[in-house]
Each structure stands twice: as structure tokens, then as C-alpha cells.
Design a binder for this molecule. Structure first.
Ligand SMILES: C[S@@+](CC[C@H](N)C(=O)[O-])C[C@H]1O[C@@H](n2cnc3c(N)ncnc32)[C@H](O)[C@@H]1O
Length: 185
């Protein structure tokens, strides 16, 4: 994959420091790619009796390759996991906790919808989410718990475990009655 450094070097062709021609800002565009799967080891950290009792019905509305339902079954949970648009279909399901690794490229829209739904959730999200205006506007005064994993989470793509996630992600929990604002696993 082309690195940001490489893109900068490639596009930064107009003008050099010292002459009077302003340096052209490089145009960098990133392809939206949300198709990362959550490996079982990540779900094991949260899907246990310490955080979620086994009688809770889960709902992962973000499908990708559809792994979550089978992983949840292995961990002893029932999980609704349909392959369809979340925003137009979530009202069709009865569940106790929405549990998902959400598409990060539309997380503002997802969190705004989660606030409207107003049901308990546990969502994997970049740690930087909690300082975003949209997040604070919606959840600052609510029952939010941040659960921090012992090391940086690494995700899967097309069934293959990756190692190069360069940012930290956490579990953001809403109305889970965990009685603490931050929990380190
Ligand atoms: C980060 S993946 C996680 C998949 C799965 N929840 C997991 O934990 O393995 C998020 C997925 O949501 C999908 N997605 C994006 N927008 C969506 C929408 N409006 N409704 C349903 N899925 C969507 C993306 O295509 C992507 O495959």
C-alpha cells in the first residue's frame, strides 16, 4: 500500500523552499474501507460474565463477512447479525445490547443513531472518539464506560489476522451499568 509519506513526496512537485513559488498542498485522498473483521480474541475480552450475562440477546448490525454471530455462539451468546443497512432496519429487531465493531468512516452518523435508539451498546471505536464534539454532545452526561484492552487491538481482513493497526481502539459502553467511567482489562 502507498504510504502517506510516499504520497506527500510524489505530489509535492510544485515549488521548492527558498523560491517565491508557493508550495502546492498535496491532495491526499483515502479510500473508505471499513471491511475489517473482529477476531475472536477481541470479543473474548468483553463477551464474558464480567461484562455481559449469557441471557442477554446481542445485535451486531454491521456484517462484513458475517463472523460475529458464529463467534458469539462459540462464546455462549445469541446474536442477531443480518446483512443489511443498519439505519433503515435496526427497528425490526428485539435485543438487549447492540455489540459491534462499527464502520469508523461513518462513526458520527452511527453514534447519532445510537443516541436516538437509546439502548445499551458496546461498540469498538478509536479512543479519539470520546473527544469528538458529536460524541460529547450526545453522551457526555450519560452512563458511558470506556473499557481499555491490555494492548492495541488488531483486526482481520478477508479472514487474515493483521498486525498493523496504528491507532488505539477501545470498547465504548452505554447504559451497561458498569458503575465506572474507565475499566482497564
Ligand atoms: C469494521 S466492519 C466490522 C464487521 C463486524 N461487525 C465485525 O465486528 O467483525 C464494519 C462493517 O460495516 C459495514 N457497513 C458500513 N455501513 C453500513 C450500514 N449502513 N449498514 C450495515 N453495515 C454497514 C461495512 O461495510 C463493514 O463491513
Amino acid at each position: 500500500m502507498m504510504s502517506v509519506k510516499h504520497l506527500l513526496e510524489k505530489d509535492e512537485t510544485k515549488g521548492v523552499k527558498g523560491d517565491n513559488i508557493p508550495l502546492k498542498q498535496p491532495v491526499i485522498s483515502f479510500k473508505k474501507d471499513d471491511d475489517y473483521e473482529t477476531p475472536k480474541y477481541i470479543w473474548e475480552m468483553i463477551c464474558n460474565e464480567k461484562f455481559i450475562s449469557k441471557n442477554k440477546k446481542l445485535y451486531d448490525p454491521f456484517y462484513c463477512r458475517g463472523n460475529t454471530a458464529s463467534v458469539m455462539k462459540e462464546l455462549g451468546y445469541e446474536c442477531i447479525h443480518p446483512d443489511e443497512d443498519f439505519f433503515t432496519n435496526h427497528h425490526r429487531y428485539e435485543y438487549d445490547i447492540l455489540l459491534s465493531n462499527i464502520p469508523f468512516s461513518i462513526k458520527k452518523k452511527v453514534y447519532e443513531e445510537l443516541k436516538k435508539i437509546d439502548k445499551p451498546f458496546i461498540v469498538i471505536s478509536p479512543i479519539s472518539t470520546i473527544t469528538k464534539k458529536y460524541f460529547m454532545d450526545n453522551f457526555k452526561n450519560d452512563d458511558i464506560t470506556i473499557i481499555i484492552p491490555p494492548k492495541r487491538m488488531q483486526f482481520m481482513k478477508n479472514g487474515k489476522q493483521l498486525k498493523e493497526c496504528w491507532f488505539d481502539t477501545v470498547f465504548i459502553c452505554y447504559k451497561m451499568d458498569l458503575n465506572e467511567r474507565i475499566i482497564y482489562i
